[in-house]
Design a protein around this ligand. Sequence first.
Ligand SMILES: *Cc1c(COP(=O)(O)O)cnc(C)c1O
Length: 380
Amino acid sequence: MKKETQCVHSGTLQDAATGGINSPIYCSTAAEYLDRTEVPYQRYFNTPNQAAVVRKVAALEGAEDGVLFGSGMAAISTTLLALLRAGDHAVLQAELYGGTHAFVAELFQQVGIGFAFVDLTPEAIEAALTPATRVIFLETPTNPLLHLVDLRRVADLARARGVLTLVDNTFATPLNQNPITLGVDVVLHSGTKYLGGHSDIQCGIAVTNGTLAKQIRHTACHLGGSLNAATCHLLERSLKTLHLRVERQTANAGRLAAWLADQPVVARVYYPGLPSHPGHDLARRQMVGFGAMLSFELKPGDVTSLNLQRRLQLIRPAVSLGGVETTICAPAQTSHIKLTRAEREALGITEDLLRLSVGIEHVDDLLADLEQALASTSAR
Ligand SMILES: *Cc1c(COP(=O)(O)O)cnc(C)c1O
C-alpha cells in the first residue's frame, strides 16, 4: 500500500460487536485471566489500541514492529537503556534534542555507560567509535539549524562494525524520511509533534525489527512509560491525516523559506529545501520532502527577534512543534536556554535565531503576517 492508504487503514482493529469502521477503544486495566495465555495490560505494552498504532507507524516506516510510549523521551530513554549496559559505549551527535542530550549526560554516568558527543559527519562518528561502542544515535535534520547527516553512510559503517544505528526521525516525519530503508536499525519519534499533530497529546514510539522490538519492550515493562487507551485512540485518529498535514506543512515551509530568503532584513535562512543549504543535495537523496521546520536570522536593525515575535498576529510565539498551527520561537530562549551563550555559539545558535514550525494554514495568510511584522518600524 502507498503511504496515504497506510495512514488511513494500516493497523485498524476490527469491531465485530458493531461492525463500526473505527478501532474500538479497549480501556480495561483489569482483564479475566482464566484460559488466556496473555492478559492485556497497558504497562505490558500489549493492548489492542497500542498494537493498532504500532502497526500503522511501523507500516509507514518500513519496520516490523515497535513499542508505543507515553512521551518521546520515554521512547528514547527506554530504547537506549534496553540496548546498552554498564561498560558499553554510545556515540551521539552533539547537536541533539536537549532532552536527549541531558538524559545521556546525566544518566549514562550514573549507570556506567560510556559516551561521546561528536560532530555530525560520518568521519567524526567513525573516529569516535571504540571497541565497546554498541549504539550510534542521530537526528537529521537537526534542531534548530536543520543540518543533515548522511544516514546511509553512517548506517553502513556502523553495520560493518556490528554497531546499531538509532535515528530520532521526529523532524522529518515518516512521510518525508524513512531511515530504516537506508539501513538504520531503530527509528524513534516524539509523537507529541507531527504524529499527534494538534499540539494536544504527548506520546512517543520506537519502531524496528522484531528482535530489537522484543528487547525494547522487555525493558519498557520495567520502566513503565506506556500510553493509555484514550490517547492511543487520539493518536490513531491523528495519524489518518498525517499525510495530508505533512504534505501541506512541507509545501508551506518551502514557500516561506524562499520568501524569507528574498527579504532584505533577513540575513540567513536555514532550510534543506533551499539550493543554498549545505545539505541540499543530501536532502534530495535521503528525504522525500524537505520537512516543515525552518530557521532564520535577521540582520541587525529595528526589527529584532523579540519585537518580530510580538508583532506577529497569526503566528504564535510558542514552544514545541509539529502542530497544524504555525508557531515561532527563539531557540536561545527556549529549547537551548540551559546551554551557556558560548555553548550555543559553538553550535551556531545565535541569540537572534528564530525557528518556525510551519502549519497547515493558507500560505498567503502566513506570508502576510510575516510581511507586516517584518516591515520596519520607521516605515510604519
Ligand atoms: C520533542 C522532541 C523529543 C522529546 O519528545 P517528548 O514527547 O517531549 O518527550 C525528542 N526528540 C525531538 C527531536 C523532539 O523534538
